[in-house]
Design a protein around this ligand. Structure first.
Ligand code: NAD
Length: 470
């Protein structure tokens, strides 16, 4: 599939294969862009700025609603493509499509709500006689750089608010799974002027880096790993940067918790998308008194998951993004076992598949839970008190989201206040997200927030206009 730049389809002499992780078959090829092509995308996006900025908010909003209708009518086909390139079960891909529609709807609505405020300059020294107000104005060109695990919805979380506040966009999709995003960009291009949306495929370290360092790109909106995010923040210079990075989210189960509810939270939190979720449950911190009961129930529910062809509706656990990714998870689990942890169920790999694995007697210093393990693994850490649970939850460089299961409101409030993360849920696991909420982590999990209204704030700048009336 070709790139889309300035409304034209552009290829390259070098092509990269996009493979289905389930059976290794080539689904399609995409161009490996050279730096001249990256510059062409930047030129086209800059040229198109005027065309979108001249549109009324009413028109931008309607166009976004039109894109939404197109996305809805392509729901099944795009979900199948997503499953093919990511290896995620078709039912999860359909959910990603539905969330993408919802994200677009929120942006179409938000396009009509980009307000400024009046500012009383006469409250300051010598300010008497002024009338002043602010306006939120677009930044210009937004580069959207996104990861493989939720390629469509995470990219729409950048494109939709960027367009709502009249920026143009260059998308650098993930190399492992670029196709669904590229098809979506074609739908956007049918509604907006040429050059408003552009796609650029190729190596992140080359074209991604070129976008990050270009003075003609005004904003980097990045979702991906801490390593890449850190590199971007060091190279971006004066441009605005939003970084949505990795997570190592805890799920605390206190002794008074509804255990069945907590087990359900783990099944959804640790095994969704084969555990490749930034806000996935990556550490289960359980009070010792109830740990045996909890782990027995968790094993029982885990063994009900069905591993298989992602396109089969019965499949609830698909592949990881590649065999290499599965090998890394296998190694992390086997190192933890060498250090004293015990596999209760799972633990085997077959190509890019890794079984849903529950692993007990994990200690907070094991690499399995110190690093972000991106796979279907539920590591259980035993603690003896609420204080210890909070300490363990905070003993990480990450701080994306967290969940605590308890019916004791004072314990819940202590967790909410003392856990250093962007979101703390009570009686819900960290994988929960609605597309309007402020989403973004603390510590190494990132800088800035997404969630349509919050993304618009990050994709506009505030201009003050002052009228001297005397
Ligand atoms: P990654 O950092 O390897 O890649 C992300 C994107 O960055 C890709 O498009 C890649 O091509 C590009 N890239 C690579 N090098 C670059 C460079 N030097 N300059 C600019 N761009 C470059 O991440 P991944 O493996 O695709 O995704 C998994 C990671 O993403 C996990 O850590 C996960 O937790 C995180 N993630 C975070 C969120 C969030 O919202 N916080 C959501 C999903 C995934």
């Amino acid at each position: 599939m070709d790139m889309l730049i300035g409304g034209k389809h552009i290829s390259s002499d070098d092509l990269e294969e996009v493979k289905n992780p389930y059976n290794g078959e080539v689904i399609d090829t995409v161009p490996i862009a050279h730096l001249q092509t990256a510059q062409l995308a930047i030129d086209e996006a800059n040229k198109a700025k005027k065309s979108i900025q001249e549109m009324s908010a009413f028109k931008v909003s309607n166009k976004l609603f039109d894109v939404l209708e197109k996305l809805k009518s392509n729901r099944q086909a795009l979900a199948e493509l997503l499953s093919l390139e990511v290896g995620k079960p078709i039912n999860e891909s359909l959910v990603e499509l539905d969330r993408s529609v919802e994200t677009l709807k929120l942006a179409a609505e938000e396009a009509k709500r980009i307000y400024g405020e009046s500012v009383p300059l006469d409250a300051g020294l010598n300010g008497k006689g002024f009338f002043a107000f602010t306006q939120r104005v677009p930044l210009g060109v937004v580069a959207a750089i996104t990861p493989f695990n939720y390629p469509l919805n995470l990219t729409i979380h950048k494109i939709a608010p960027a367009l709502a506040c009249k920026n143009t966009v260059i998308i650098k999709p993930p190399s492992e799974a670029p196709l669904t995003v590229m098809k979506f960009a074609e739908l956007v291009n049918e509604e907006f002027p040429d050059g408003v949306i552009n796609t650029l495929t190729g190596y992140g370290s080359e074209v991604g880096d070129y976008l990050v360092t270009s003075p003609e790109v005004n904003k980097i909106s990045f979702t991906g790993s801490v390593t890449t995010g850190l590199m971007i923040s060091q190279k971006a210079g004066m441009k605005k940067v939003t970084l949505e990075l990795g997570g190592n989210d805890p799920l605390i189960v206190l002794k008074d918790a509804d255990i069945d509810k907590a087990v359900k939270g783990v099944i959804n939190g640790a095994f969704l998308n084969a555990g490749q979720v930034c806000m996935g449950v990556k550490r289960i911190i359980v009070e010792d008194e109830i740990a045996d009961d909890f782990s027995q129930k968790l094993v029982c529910e885990t063994e009900k998951l069905v591993m298989g062809n992602p396109l089969d509706e019965k499949t609830t656990l698909g592949t990881l993004i590649s065999e290499n990714a599965a090998i890394q998870v296998e190694e992390a689990v086997s190192n933890a076992v060498t250090e004293g942890a015990e596999i209760l169920t799972g633990g085997a790999r077959d190509g890019a598949f890794y079984e849903a694995t529950v692993i007990d007697n994990v200690t907070p210093d094991m690499d399995l839970v110190v690093r972000e393990t991106f796979g279907p693994v539920a590591p259980i850490i035993h603690v003896n008190s609420l204080d210890e649970a909070i300490d363990v939850a905070n003993a990480t460089e990450y701080g994306l989201q967290a969940g605590v299961f308890t019916n004791d409101y004072s314990a819940a409030m202590r967790c909410a206040q003392e856990i250093d993360a962007g979101t703390v849920f009570v009686n819900k696991q960290s994988t929960f997200r609605t597309d309007n909420m402020p989403f973004g982590g603390f510590k190494s999990s990132g800088v800035g927030k997404e969630g349509i209204k919050y993304s618009v704030e990050e994709m506009t700048k505030t201009k003050l206009i002052g009228l001297n009336l005397r």
